[in-house]
Design a protein around this ligand. Sequence first.
Ligand SMILES: CC(C)(COP(=O)(O)OP(=O)(O)OC[C@H]1O[C@@H](n2cnc3c(N)ncnc32)[C@H](O)[C@@H]1OP(=O)(O)O)[C@@H](O)C(=O)NCCC(=O)NCCS
Length: 129
Amino acid sequence: MERLTLDDEDPSGARGFLVWRAGSGRTVEIFDIAVPNEYRRQGHGRTMVNKLVDRLMPTNVVLLWAITRSDNVIAKQFYEELGFRIVANLWNFYQDTEQRNTVDAVMYGRDLSEKVRRAWAEKHQGGQS
Ligand SMILES: CC(C)(COP(=O)(O)OP(=O)(O)OC[C@H]1O[C@@H](n2cnc3c(N)ncnc32)[C@H](O)[C@@H]1OP(=O)(O)O)[C@@H](O)C(=O)NCCC(=O)NCCS
């Protein structure tokens, strides 16, 4: 697991954090992302995901994915706004501790494969020389 925050001025993640890990193959999972209530809707979540994407672009990772509860409307809007698409609907994915109730989840994926990668490289070419 690796953890990133907004910037160097917030090493503890008081304004938000993102936890990610390498999955099987060339995939990376956003395991958790959270921004405290008072800092929400200021672009912090977007900044952290973009930071992770920038970090993954020069690597061979082709898919960034995340799973969230189906009833988490905000998270779903968030991922869709950031270019993620639904990969799978995961029925009864989460189970509560007493194992009485189940909650559906949605798996989102963002394609980081060649086409996207090339566009990113072209955009950043000037800054690399
Ligand atoms: C999901 C979460 C991380 C978003 O963080 P954030 O910093 O508020 O998000 P941003 O400000 O970067 O928002 C980016 C876009 O997501 C969408 N979005 C974010 N919050 C939204 C809300 N409350 N309602 C509708 N859309 C929302 C918007 O499209 C937004 O772009 P806009 O503000 O230009 O319209 C935050 O709401 C959170 O911590 N939620 C609780 C934890 C959680 O559910 N994590 C995800 C599952 S692991």
